[in-house]
Write a protein that binds this ligand. Structure first.
Ligand code: UFG
Length: 331
């Protein structure tokens, strides 16, 4: 049993890792500024410190107050579209907060660090499924900011011995299979919650962004990975860090088109997804599918909820039981 710091632990992916740690008996301290996170996503008994990572003095106090085995870093700006309207803010905030956190960890002697990274590092990939060795060429400022953080962490390893695992998530989706937590973003930009929300009548009809991509049905293909499987990947890489820093792509290795996701929501929910066909969204690559072969071979990770229907079923259960999400903002 260990004690872990989770930044952004009140957010979507972070809160699923917190549950996984608590479920196996670990002690968890969550740091979250609650701009996007939800107090109700953090289980009873877990210390939640409301803190902006830019506040280095208080961050230092957090490290002084606990003996952490490792840091899991989720807190970040993460909207691709917003990053293209305000690229400097994205680069500055994500870089400052992430490397400031790494610096605090090194100073406290905490030398294991797991970063929430992204498939956006790869831009428009030349090879699909995308292996870790693929060219890193982000096409948006969000991806660039994460690439800068990965590079900073590599230097921290070389100079300070900070072992890091950078997990490049593909499309995180689904909800806790036990229904305790789920996805609640504001604004919501992701396909699965938008399609489910449209079917439930709690969101506007969906717009399909582009039907003229070079894919079998003309809509974009993505690799949807269940958020509980993502959380499991975080637990598994911890042991691997004993051997050095690692970079892993995390996805199911199977791509589904926007139309296939809509069909899955209609099949699972038993209701139509009201939608219209619209133009492409700027910056969307046609196909993004991960090769997670390295993660599987080196950590034994394997998705438990790899089927699209499992992902949609757990998300549907959460949204239909919580039509206003955590209910901590105005309708
Ligand atoms: N889509 C629609 N209509 C919508 C929303 C999305 O058709 O209203 C489509 C998108 O065009 C895309 C697919 O559904 O083809 C998935 O879109 P999401 O917004 O759910 O996810 P993205 O693939 O755009 O983004 C994900 C992560 C980002 C990461 C990016 C890497 O959420 O953090 O992959 O490209 F940066």
């Amino acid at each position: 049993m260990g004690c872990y710091l989770v930044t952004g632990g009140a957010g979507y992916v972070g809160s699923h890792l917190v549950r996984a740690l608590v479920d196996r008996g670990d002690t968890v301290v969550v740091v979250d500024d609650l701009r996007q996170g939800h107090r109700a996503a953090v289980p009873e008994g877990v210390e939640l410190i409301q803190l902006d990572l830019a506040d280095r003095a208080r961050l230092g106090e957090v490290f002084a107050g606990w003996k952490f085995e490792a840091v899991f870093h989720f807190a970040a700006l993460s909207l691709v579209g917003e990053s293209m309207r305000d690229p400097l803010r994205y680069c500055m905030e994500n870089l400052n907060n992430s490397l400031g956190l790494a610096d605090a960890a090194v100073k406290a002697g905490v030398l294991r660090f797991v970063l929430s990274s992204t498939a956006a590092l790869f831009g428009d990939p030349e090879v699909v499924p995308i292996p870790e060795e693929a060219k890193l060429a982000p096409t948006n400022a969000y991806g660039e900011s994460k690439l800068m953080v990965e590079k900073g962490l590599a230097w921290a390893d070389r100079v300070h011995g900070l072992r890091s695992a950078c997990l490049r998530y593909f499309n995180a989706a689904g909800a806790d299979p036990e229904g305790r937590i789920g996805e609640d973003h504001e604004p919501e930009t992701h396909l699965v919650p938008l399609a489910i929300g449209a079917a439930l009548g709690i969101r506007a009809p969906l717009t399909v962004f582009g039907t003229d991509y070079p894919t079998p049905d003309g809509t974009c293909i993505r690799d949807y990975v269940h958020v509980t499987d993502l959380a499991d990947a975080h637990l598994r890489v911890l042991d691997r860090l004993e051997q050095g820093s690692v970079r892993y792509n995390v996805g199911n290795g199977t791509g589904y088109s926007v139309k296939q996701v809509i069909e899955a929501v209609e099949r699972i929910g038993g209701r139509p997804v009201p939608h219209s066909l619209g133009p492409r969204r700027a910056g969307d690559p046609a196909v993004l599918v991960a090769s997670s072969a390295r993660l599987k071979a080196e950590t034994g990770w394997s998705p438990r909820f790899g089927a699209l229907d499992d992902i949609v079923r757990t998300a549907w259960a959460w949204h239909s039981a919580h039509p206003r999400g955590y209910g901590d903002r105005s309708p």
